[in-house]
Design a protein around this ligand. Structure first.
Ligand code: PGA
Length: 236
């Protein structure tokens, strides 16, 4: 089965999370070890208590670049690890807007020292794509990460074109494959695609050479999540 990473962003409540988990756990058609749930930090504890006896993994949506200390409002990789998270999104485009590459690298470091697998998001804007700068932009995001890791598999990479996120638009499969094959030559690790994945297009997208999907808006609803994971089940 392809990995399915549900990124709830800043959505959800205790009630909606409980209902969601109930419906996901009722679905016995998929391999729950390939399901990763990324809820807002404040729901991590609830998610952990519901899911800790299942194979579903939890991911932080972001971690502090610091270890601990006087950083009001921030949460450390160690804290997420302590609450049962095994993954963390790093460099999501909704955060790169105000985070530097240096901060992204520090977050990766924090994840690696605290048993969280960083899922590093990379992606180009529409303007960068239209001016044929996609690879340059992706390389600028990737290179500092490649320079700091020991093993390629230390991190996962999520290719998320910024223009595809929340827009209803996706690249064609050829385009996704072209990018992911190129990334794979730079780093041989799990490659995830994200950006407007939904129940209508996921079947076509499963034909791409990717290990899974990072899904935002369409992962909020348990019915559409179950539809998507059931489709992912048939592809590796
Ligand atoms: P989307 O978001 O599926 O709503 O486009 C994906 C993401 O931002 O991770």
């Amino acid at each position: 089965m392809k990995y399915f990473i549900a990124n709830w962003k800043m959505n959800g409540s205790q009630e909606s999370l409980e209902l969601y988990c109930k419906h996901i756990l009722d679905n016995d058609k998929f391999d729950s070890s390939k399901f990763i749930l990324s809820v807002p930090a404040i729901l991590t504890s609830t998610a952990y208590h519901i899911l800790n006896k299942t194979d579903i993994s939890l991911s932080a949506q972001c971690v502090s670049e610091h270890n601990h200390g006087a950083h009001t409002g921030q949460l450390s990789a160690d804290m997420f690890s302590n609450f049962g998270c095994s993954y963390a999104l790093v460099g999501h485009s909704e955060r790169r807007k105000f985070e530097s590459i240096e901060s992204t690298c520090n977050q990766v470091k924090q994840c690696l020292t605290n048993n969280l697998k960083p899922i590093v998001c990379i992606g180009e804007t529409l303007d960068e794509k239209q001016s044929s700068r996609t690879k340059d932009v992706l390389l600028a995001q990737l290179k500092p990460i490649l320079d700091m890791i020991d093993e390629p598999s230390d991190v996962w990479i999520a290719y998320e074109p910024r223009w595809a996120i929340g827009s209803g638009l996706t690249p064609g499969n050829k385009e996704i494959n072209m990018i992911t094959h190129w990334v794979k030559e730079l780093i041989d690790t799990k490659l995830i695609y994200g950006g407007s994945v939904n129940p209508d297009n996921i079947k076509t997208l499963t034909e791409c050479d990717v290990d899974g999907f990072l899904v935002g808006g369409a992962s909020l609803d348990h019915n559409s999540t179950n539809q998507m994971v059931n489709i992912c089940t048939h592809y590796s």
